[in-house]
Design a protein around this ligand. Structure first.
Ligand code: SUG
Length: 416
């Protein structure tokens, strides 16, 4: 059994649009009303996956969920007179950000030696709270081997849970026992704190984590105020390395101390505010990066293209690459369509450490499948969507047909 980290990217759905639905997500708010380009968005995602497949040797994917969600439209009594934000919610393609699909605890961390997944309830945002039933069904198919995986029910709706975006794992190597760190927000600020402490704690208990190897940390309220609606907008971890902005946590030194007490090998790469301001970090999504271990054991940081366009951020990256630190390579990728809704490279992936042989192979990428997916997208995904189109019958037909074509091509009738 060889345990490997697999990144499962969300394929961008055919209804990808800019409706400004996420309060506290600056990119989503500032692009509200813009025309979106679902075909280009999904092809950008496929290109990112192809790059990572070549770089890492393994890559998974998750499928877009059924949209428009008629049940939500009916529950909202949508009849054309409702507010545009309500009309848009059943059309959201937000499940592309699979870092919010679930929290994952790999087998070496859990009491029963299985990999545990808890789908996130995403209750804070209406358009995201509709995701979990279909996400759970899909996870049960992809990770259907009951000897290896347990897919749990969601946390009760009273406790907001946003999944892996607020979860970090430290370990010597992906296959060895890890220390899991849960980052939560304290409510009461200008923007919602989407990850509640009680949700983090109950997920840790449900997964059977060892309390001595589990750490709970409060996110810096100032970071939430500045637009870091998930912790993965201001920090990312891989193996022994924490790459973080200096203002990510409520008590920065206390956070390092707490992680180090459970994981003494911790190596912190802290980006000081006078080199990259919190605002610039959030604008460029420097930390919404994929910090990955390459086959030669070196670490690379896969960042959005936007990082290269910022003098302070790219200057920092160049100094980091020239330094003796653990991150020697920074690789920009173009995910601009997703970025305009607040989703960088790290939002688009869910990390699962497991033996690839135990995953339903229909969710694993290879070159042939990448070509197939790209072809279905190029033929079926709408080229553009204006938010005023949402609600139209003809758009609904083409979005439904596009997803059906992808399920047929990938032979996944269970998800229909
Ligand atoms: O939940 N954007 C997503 C972005 C999620 C990013 N995920 C991570 N940080 N892991 C969100 O705010 C925008 C939808 C809209 O405005 O139409 C949106 O849902």
């Amino acid at each position: 059994m060889s345990l490997t980290e697999i990144n499962f990217d969300g394929i961008v759905g055919p209804s990808h649009n800019y409706a400004g639905l996420s309060l506290g997500n600056i990119a989503s708010a500032s692009h509200a009303g813009d025309t979106s380009y679902p075909r280009a968005a999904a092809l950008q995602g496929v290109d990112k996956m192809r790059g990572n497949l070549a770089r890492l040797g393994v890559q998974g994917f998750l499928l877009p969920l059924p949209r428009p969600n008629r049940a939500l439209g009916e529950a909202l009594a949508c009849d054309g007179t409702e507010a545009p934000a309500l009309r848009a919610a059943p059309w959201s393609a937000s499940s592309m950000w699979t870092a919010n699909a679930a929290t994952v605890s790999p087998a070496p961390d859990t009491a029963d030696g299985k990999c545990h997944l808890t789908p996130a309830n995403l209750v804070t945002m209406l358009h995201r709270a509709q995701e979990w039933p279909d996400t759970k069904r899909m996870l049960e198919v992809a990770f259907g081997d009951r000897d290896q995986f347990t897919v749990h029910g969601i946390a009760p709706m009273t406790f907001g849970d946003e999944g892996a975006a607020n979860h970090m794992r430290f370990c010597e190597g992906h296959g060895s026992a890890g220390v899991e760190v849960f980052v939560y927000g304290r409510p009461g600020g200008r923007f919602p704190a989407r990850q509640h402490e009680q949700a983090s704690r109950l997920v840790a208990r449900a997964h059977g984590l060892d309390p001595a190897r589990t750490v709970f940390i409060e996110q810096n309220p100032a970071a939430i105020e500045a637009g870091a609606f998930h912790n993965d907008v201001v920090s990312v971890a891989n193996e022994r390395v924490l790459f973080t902005h200096a203002e990510a946590f409520a008590d920065q030194q206390g956070a390092y101390d707490a992680i180090r007490a459970a994981f003494p090998a911790l190596e912190v790469v802290e980006v000081p505010s006078d080199e990259v301001s919190l605002a610039e970090a959030i604008k460029t999504y420097l930390f919404n990066a994929q910090l990955v271990t390459q086959p030669d054991e070196s670490m690379a940081l896969i960042v959005p293209e936007e990082c290269r366009e910022s003098a302070s951020v790219w200057g920092y990256c160049e100094r980091m690459m020239a330094s003796n630190g653990p991150i020697r390579e920074v690789i920009p990728v173009d995910v601009r369509q997703s970025m305009a809704n607040g989703g960088g490279p790290a939002c688009l992936r869910l990390r699962v450490v497991c033996d690839p042989a135990t995953v339903d192979p229909r969710f694993l990428l290879n070159e042939t499948r990448a070509d197939l997916i790209a072809r279905v997208i190029a033929t079926n995904w709408p080229e553009q969507i204006d938010p005023a189109d949402l609600g139209s019958d003809s758009l609904a037909e083409s979005v439904i047909a596009a997803r059906a074509a992808l399920l047929a091509a990938l032979e996944l009738p269970e998800l229909a």
